[in-house]
Design a protein around this ligand. Structure first.
Ligand SMILES: Cc1cc2nc3c(=O)[nH]c(=O)nc-3n(C[C@H](O)[C@H](O)[C@H](O)COP(=O)(O)O)c2cc1C
Length: 189
């Protein structure tokens, strides 16, 4: 059981760094909640320990992007069942579609990953079950040339964490701490 607020701050940072790099980490697929009371699973792609910023990848056409553009409040929820630990992160979101950071991420992904941004936008209606992908790319990797139009649909979702609510379950007594900026306090679970 962690007994200092500094240890909890480190634990949160370690969990987020692990989530960004380890597919088996409980922090790899958090639930991301937008201000319109909607929530969805997303893959955590990056965590900057200096600024406490999370990076997700998404389709610029997805409904959540429009919601975030009009209200930047965001929540990110992690539950580690094995560790019996809940992390509730609250912060401010930013959608980035141009600039060096997004270009760098795009250039590091492969054409299979880029293919996800080549089809219909998320939520587009269809008369039949659909992957949204053009049929020639179902199960096939597009070429560098074919994947060019996907780039304009690719966006980063950056979350600047402002508050972290850490909750540890234990039959001897739960523990809970709240970090706001560089301050922290214990609170009753
Ligand atoms: C395991 C899992 C991982 C997902 N990862 C992402 C992701 O990294 N980015 C993303 O935009 N959507 C991801 N999705 C899809 C979203 O949950 C969601 O359905 C989609 O983004 C549309 O969301 P919206 O309608 O709220 O915009 C994932 C879904 C699952 C089940």
């Amino acid at each position: 059981m962690l007994s200092t607020l500094d240890a909890i701050r480190n634990d949160i940072a370690e969990r987020l760094a692990d989530g960004a790099t380890n597919r088996r980490s409980a922090s790899h697929t958090p639930v991301v909640a937008t201000a319109n009371a909607d929530a969805r699973v997303m893959v955590l792609r990056g965590f900057d320990p200096e600024s406490w910023t999370l990076r997700f990848h998404t389709d610029a056409r997805s409904p959540k992007v429009a919601v975030i553009e009009s209200d930047r409040r965001i929540g990110v929820l992690v539950y580690d069942k094995q560790a019996k630990l809940q992390l509730r992160l609250r912060g401010t979101a930013r959608i980035v579609t141009t600039g060096s950071e997004v270009e760098s991420v795009w250039s590091q992904s492969d054409n299979f990953a880029r293919r996800c941004y080549l089809g219909s936008g998320p939520g587009e209606h269809s008369g039949q079950p659909t992957s949204g992908l053009p049929s020639e790319f179902e199960g096939a990797e597009p070429t560098d040339e074919e994947v060019v139009p996907a780039r304009q649909n690719f966006a980063l979702l950056l979350v600047q964490i402002e508050e972290a609510d850490w909750f540890s379950l234990a039959h001897t007594g739960h523990r809970r701490a709240l970090l706001i900026g560089d301050k922290g306090r214990w609170i009753s679970p």
